[in-house]
Design a protein around this ligand. Sequence first.
Ligand SMILES: [Zn+2]
Length: 395
Amino acid sequence: MKPNILLVGNLINEEGQLVKNGYLWIQKDKIHHVGPTNPFSPDAEVTRYDLPQDCIILPGMIDIHIHGAAGADFMDGTQEALEIVAKHLPAEGTTSFLATTMTEDTPVIHKALNAAANFIKQSQCSTAEMIGIHLEGPFISHKRAGAQPKSFILKPDVHHFKEFQKSASDLIKLVTLAPEMDGGLELTKYLSSQNVIASIGHSDSSFLEVKKGIESGVSHVTHLFNGMRGMHHRDPGVAGAALLQDELKVEMIVDGVHASPEMIRLAYQSTGSERTILITDSMRAKGLGEGTYTLGGQLVTVKADEARLIDGTLAGSILPMNVAVKNMMDYTHCSWSDIVKMTSENAAKELQIFEQKGSLSVGKDADITVFTEECDVLMTFCRGELMYHRKGERV
Ligand SMILES: [Zn+2]
């Protein structure tokens, strides 16, 4: 039986306002009360944590684009891989995530989807929660493949997608595709009819082609600036459309490597916290240090903050979510309220789970991240369970 927990400290409430010296009362796996401290005394036994003045309580972070961490990758297609990643993530403040696949041989993708579908059927106690799957490829452009192996790229095809969705027990919530390809608009229309987010990414679309994609249901952009036609003064391309079109939510990898701090600042002036979603796009080397690893069957060398294929192509990141938050605040001077939108609220709304997650509101899942001023994670609760505590060990 989970104890009642009382957190006392600064927090961002459901209206996005900073409440100084507030409280948050967790009962079992839900948020039971939240508000200003005085005069509050819970009428039940609680485990109380009085947080330091420089800390802030936020809704748990949702990473909608992550391939792996701690030596495991979702494309390994095993329960063990899913468990390793899900257990690793609370240490960086992530409480739920979309397991992200990549372009690979079709049977390998099916195996990974199957494994993820089986994993979600388990109770997932004591880990971050896998809330669905992000299918990145194989319906992408050869011209903008990045680190996705070109030999396994497929033409967008509704029938093919349906087979993937069957293997995934309908858990695919987001698809990265290139809508300009033959069959791309048809697949986009089908995805939006099924409430699956159609995201433009690894795409060579011109600005006009992006507009057509939006008319067919594209509503999201995968890792802005990477794997897309960039901005040109006679064709704003995918990057320009991402900045200009208010219909689009925009993923950013804010590690200072995938895009320069200045480009993030420039983009944020257009997208603001309403349209930005911070992601990690991390691969298996996250949390392990420098060395040689694999991604989609290719060798990847990790050095300093970068993971690259032998030819130098960036191959995902090793970025923890809390470092993405720190960088974003450094680059843009955004507020904690903005951070809540970019790490939790926007994703929850887009995935249509805002009734359960995405803000510190009564009745929602007790997914909580406690940050220090320096953007270290002090504590992480996953559905009411303390899963990470900086000073102590995992509990
Ligand atoms: Zn990715």
